[in-house]
Design a protein around this ligand. Structure first.
Ligand code: HEC
Ligand code: HEC
Length: 289
């Protein structure tokens, strides 16, 4: 009897600790300035939102219809990008604070954790006010009524609450390259480690799907099966800074091969950035350890 009672107490404490350790972050109580959609448009491109949230294979203006639906295969199951257009089926009606929390703390308006297939760990490094500008831009894009598709995950991964533990291990780690004083490198770091989430593909992951920060940008198996995603640290990529910037603009490698696979879509975004921004990313890649 006593044993049973103790068992119940221990189980309750365990549940309490689990509940406390996995508690989703509260809404930010910062006062934000009103969003500026012009600045937001640049953040949108740098963040590559349409590569995941527009329908697969869409081109031109269709890339601005953020109806979701695209699937991402991972070792944990298949994730589907949700509708983030400004409609009832998307994120219409969200407050700025709800959007900032979603983008940077990975928590939904109703207080649930998002899966890191949504690269909020990288976006957490961005400036919160820039997220408000981003929302102002998304609010100007077409509305879509597409209904979200449920992720197809193995049972333990279906429980979002447990992601709170994952976040304790892998989220809010800050910059990898630190300290940095050169303004160009600071910009490059924002674009590569933050908005551009380059590490999500180019850095290997451990068994829990967390990025191995000590092997930053050293290359990784391709999640969608075939081949490897190349390492892009200076010891692995012998290109000059100009070569890298040119590749991010045109997709051409120094030996006139073209960017393939998922990198082709990344280049569609980096091509739209300013020449200074591409140069900043190249400078970062030449400086990273
Ligand atoms: C690598 C693919 C990928 C990229 C890039 C990406 N997202 Fe997502 N996003 C996802 C996935 C997958 C989810 C679903 C996460 C979940 O259900 O836990 C998601 C969820 C969201 C949500 C929550 C939507 C909801 O209904 O609760 C918002 C908001 C969002 N993304 C906005 C953005 C914005 C803005 C950008 C660009 C800065 C962006 N995402 C870039 C894959 C991506
Ligand atoms: C969605 C996954 C993904 C993301 C995100 C991504 N890359 Fe890539 N990257 C790839 C793949 C795949 C290749 C190999 C392309 C090929 O085989 O043609 C590649 C190749 C490259 C190369 C050429 C390397 C070589 O040896 O050919 C560079 C440079 C590069 N990426 C830089 C970046 C930068 C900078 C970012 C962030 C703005 C980035 N990548 C984001 C998947 C990605």
């Amino acid at each position: 009897m006593r044993v049973l009672r103790w068992g119940a107490v221990v189980a309750l404490c365990g549940a309490g600790a689990f509940w406390a350790l996995t508690r989703p972050a509260p809404l930010p109580n910062t006062a934000f300035a009103p969003g500026n959609p012009e600045i937001g448009a640049e953040i949108f491109v740098a963040g590559g939102c349409s590569s995941c949230h527009a329908e697969k294979g869409s081109e031109g203006d269709d890339k601005l219809v953020l109806s979701g639906g695209r699937g991402f295969e991972t070792p944990f199951g298949t994730f589907y990008a949700p509708n983030i257009s400004p409609s009832q089926a998307g994120i219409g009606g969200w407050s700025d604070a709800e959007f900032v929390r979603a983008m940077q703390a990975g928590v939904s308006p109703d207080g649930k954790h998002y899966y890191p297939a949504f690269p909020y760990v990288a976006y957490a490094n961005a400036d919160a006010q820039d997220m408000v500008h981003l929302k102002a831009y998304i609010d100007t894009l077409p509305a879509s009524d597409a209904i979200n598709q449920e992720h197809e995950l193995a049972l333990p991964f279906r429980l979002r609450r447990g992601l709170g533990l994952w976040k304790r291990l892998y989220a809010d780690k800050g910059w990898v390259m630190e300290p940095v004083e050169d303004p160009q490198l600071i910009r490059g770091r924002m674009l590569v480690e933050g908005l551009g989430h380059c590490g999500e593909c180019h850095t290997p992951r451990d068994g829990f799907g967390g990025l191995k920060r000590d092997a930053w940008l050293t290359g990784a198996p391709n999640p969608s099966g075939a081949g490897r995603i190349p390492g892009i640290t200076p010891s692995q990529l012998a290109w000059s800074e100009e070569d890298i910037a040119y590749y991010l603009e045109t997709g051409f490698t120094p030996d006139f091969d073209t960017a393939g696979g998922s990198m082709a879509e990344v280049v569609e975004n980096t091509a739209l950035l300013s020449a200074e921004d591409r140069a900043a990313m190249a400078a970062y890649l030449k400086a990273v350890q």
